[in-house]
Design a protein. Structure first.
Ligand code: DD3
Length: 332
């Protein structure tokens, strides 16, 4: 065990005090003796009142299920997901579990392994009250590639975004420290070029393999990639360089292992940048939706109004009302 950890430490370049602290925090959370830590975060089971209406989607491969239901008469969405097995619990997994033999044949046997409760966690995400949009979002849907010219953006997409008035209250809560403030990994408070870096809530932070952080800009009037021009170069460079440095410092993941990108279309219209680990196929990191921040920088450097003039392509789900607008305009 000790050898393994020494090896891991040696493999990674620089570890700051903060990294060690985060690592130590993770280890206590993983149930290394300190069960008190876990119970202090325990809350009443709000899901007890959840009544399932329909399964929106499920994936045996991703080991998750998206469920629509009702709580106190209002719509709710619950996402359940089995979490990856961490290396450092293997010895406990082998020694503290009970086994039921399923089959044995020659040198092959399969078992049902019942792990102790603290190693048998399921991540649950609740959206409550959920809007029709949330319910729609998790329904399996076919998608279509939209070809959005600069003109289409102005005449169709922009008016649509403006009339929809998607709420980004949760983003403002983060920027104003009204929510998730203890989860902030790094902040540059500058009102023009500053941002907050924190784990996306899809990541449980227990292993760096599926590392996923988001940088949210302090500046509030940038809706998407379409709004970015040369005046934003200092902001974008700042997010890239300070974001990479903070992730190296905190999680020991170097920039050569990071995929830093923006989505187009984004799922919320406030500038944010995704940081995921190379090798982890995060949803939305495909070429049809992700724009590498380094490429975005170069494009803007070579043409100040690159993103106001180019045709952009992006996938839209069959039930997206924006797709309907494009159909109505005879563009799809
Ligand atoms: C969202 C995209 C947005 C449903 C769901 C997710 N990371 C978030 C609120 C707080 C967060 C995120 C919208 C919403 Cl399941 C509707 O994501 C969030 N906090 N991605 C963090 N840290």
């Amino acid at each position: 065990m000790a050898d393994k950890r020494d090896l891991e430490e040696a493999e990674t370049t620089v570890f700051s005090a903060q990294t060690k602290k985060r690592k130590a925090d993770l280890e206590t959370k993983n149930g290394k003796g300190n069960e008190k830590d876990e119970s202090s975060d325990e809350c009443e089971n709000v899901l007890r009142t959840f009544e399932t209406s329909a399964v929106l989607s499920e994936s045996a491969r991703e080991k998750n299920i998206f469920v629509h239901g009702k709580m106190w008469g209002q719509d709710a969405v619950v996402i359940l997901e089995k979490t990856p097995i961490q290396r450092d619990v293997l010895s406990q997994m082998f020694s503290e579990s009970s086994l039921k033999l399923q089959m044995k044949n020659d040198i092959y046997s399969t078992f049902q392994l019942q792990a102790p409760a603290h190693l048998n966690e399921i991540k649950a995400t609740l959206v409550f009250p959920a809007t029709q949009k949330h319910i729609q979002k998790y329904q399996r849907q076919e998608s279509f590639l939209l070809e959005e010219t600069a003109q289409d953006y102005l005449s169709i997409t922009l008016p649509f975004i403006q009339e929809q008035r998607f709420s980004v209250q949760w983003v403002y809560n983060i920027l104003e420290k009204k929510a998730e403030s203890e989860r902030i990994v790094f902040e540059d408070p500058d009102p023009e070029t500053g941002f907050v870096l924190l784990p996306d809530f899809k990541w449980n932070q227990k292993q760096v393999d599926d590392l996923y952080l988001i940088a949210i800009s302090h500046i509030r009037d940038i809706k998407s990639l379409r709004d970015l021009s040369s005046e934003h170069l200092p902001l974008l460079k700042n997010i890239l360089h300070k974001g990479q440095a903070a992730i190296l410092d905190t999680f020991g993941v170097p920039r050569s292992k990071l995929r830093v990108y923006l989505h187009y279309q984004p799922s919320y219209f406030h500038l944010h940048v995704h940081f995921t680990r190379l090798g982890f196929e995060a949803p939305g990191c495909g070429v049809e939706r992700a724009h590498l921040l380094q490429d975005v920088l170069q494009n803007i450097q070579s043409h100040a109004r690159f993103y106001q003039t180019r045709t952009l392509y992006c996938p839209l789900r069959a039930d997206d009302s924006l797709l309907q607008k494009y159909r109505d305009a005879g563009k799809i």
